[in-house]
Ligand binder design. Structure first.
Ligand code: RNT
Ligand code: ZN
Length: 409
């Protein structure tokens, strides 16, 4: 099947061998928080911040050992180059009385050990400004309460130090992404002051010295959250201007825009100005619902914008979804494989020929879709088999699940 697919693609000038080789090297940062419904390990409190993991499928990981065992199993079923994305709330504090403003690299040493032992190629990091008592009236870095603001500034500074440690240990950059839940349920009386306070807080955070070759700092905007529908402090315009003027990075989460706005279209807009763009690939259904990523149209478009703009390496791909209604390992693997499929799909398109048709205004020819129905599945199968995997990952997950469900009651 593969040999005949290879010949078919060659007719369009597409080298399937090259595509397979390139795909295997594109890092995808897989989020640790799919494994435990974003609960975390530091006992900060129940999930807050306008995000929700819905469903109560059994078997949620409840501690570091369970979570890492699940990640290990899920990662063993994922092809390609895998990074791990960790939130500060996953600090391994073992009952120690230490709050988030005082977290240290040592609280993440077990994650480094785990990553190194399991062929994970890098660790990305996120300060956690939600699910915590110090989120006051729904505000963190934009709070009018100086003590609250200070606490979260210190947390973000600590996170920069941790990120630098993770980068040094793993020998690759660490993307540190700042997302805050700050906003109002109802129409605000003052839309400017919270944003000015956020700007000031971010400037204070960035005054922490760090090695820019190791730590890449990003800011993630959002349109609204559950319970904070009327106003979001960290809006798209706020962060794009902030990032541009401070020489940091924007992170685009494709659940964070109006449903008729597409992140696939925003990627090239940002690439015109920034040398790096970070992504949270997710699937919003009617709202930022964080459904599992599928091999769907928008995921394919996102991958195309990365591949055909020569932006592999410039666009840092991360996954961000949390479905508690299905087997969590399967959710992880399905989402990661979907992203890989979308990238392979993009690598197997005659992108140069299509670009020429556009430049020559040959829109009739450009619309012909035959190149999109070449035997993609055969190349995918060949890719995963070279990665030592098979297409059926559900059987392995079901076996693991029957053992796990006995232990986690
Ligand atoms: C929330 C943001 C944010 C979180 C994670 C857990 O809407 O997407 O990225 O999902 O930090
Ligand atoms: Zn996100």
């Amino acid at each position: 099947m593969y040999e005949s697919a290879k010949a078919e693609y060659a007719k369009y000038g597409i080298d399937t061998e090259k595509a397979i080789e390139r795909l295997a090297n594109i890092p995808i940062s897989v989020h640790c928080w799919q494994g435990d419904d974003v609960v975390g390990l530091d006992g900060g409190g129940s999930l807050s911040g306008g995000i929700q993991a819905t469903g109560n499928y059994p078997g949620r990981a409840r501690n570091f050992n369970e979570l890492t065992a699940d990640i290990k199993k899920a990662f063993s079923l994922m092809p390609g180059n895998k990074r791990l994305n960790v939130h500060a709330s996953y600090a391994v504090i073992n009952g120690e009385k230490v709050d988030r403003d005082k977290y240290k690299p040592e609280h993440f040493a077990p994650w480094v050990k785990f990553a190194k032992e399991n062929g994970i190629t890098g660790i990305d990091f996120n300060p956690t400004l939600f699910s915590h008592a110090k989120v006051k009236d729904g505000l963190t870095l934009s709070s009018p309460d100086e003590n609250i603001r200070k606490f979260w500034i210190e947390h973000c500074k600590a996170s920069i130090r941790i990120s630098e440690y993770l980068a040094t240990e793993m020998g690759t950059h660490c993307l540190m992404n700042i997302w805050i839940p700050d906003g109002f349920k109802d129409v605000p009386a003052d839309r400017l002051s919270p944003r000015l306070r956020l700007k000031e807080s971010l400037d204070e955070i960035l005054s922490e010295p760090y090695d820019k070759s190791k730590v890449v700092i990003a800011v993630e905007s959002k349109v609204f959250g559950i319970g904070v529908e009327s106003y979001t402090v960290g809006s798209n315009e706020f962060y794009q201007n902030y990032a541009a003027t401070r020489n940091i990075c924007c992170l685009l989460d494709n659940g964070h825009y109006h449903p008729l706005e597409y992140v696939s279209d925003k990627i090239p807009s940002l690439l015109a100005f920034y040398d790096k763009v970070a992504l949270h690939v997710t699937r919003g259904v009617r709202w930022d619902s964080d459904h599992v990523v599928l091999f769907d149209d928008e995921t394919k478009e996102i991958a195309k914008e990365i591949v055909r703009n020569d932006a592999i390496g410039k666009v840092m791909i991360g996954l961000d979804y949390f479905d508690a209604s299905i087997n969590r390992l399967s959710a992880w693997v399905t989402g990661q494989r979907s992203m890989q499929k979308a990238l392979l799909n993009a690598l197997l398109l005659p992108n140069e020929q299509l670009r020429k048709l556009q430049d020559n205004a040959q829109f009739t020819e450009l619309m012909v879709e035959e190149c999109k129905t070449l035997p993609f599945g055969a190349v995918w199968k060949e890719y995963i088999s070279r990665q030592g995997l098979i297409d059926d990952y559900i059987t392995a997950i079901k076996q693991y699940e029957s053992k796990l469900l006995k232990e986690r009651v």
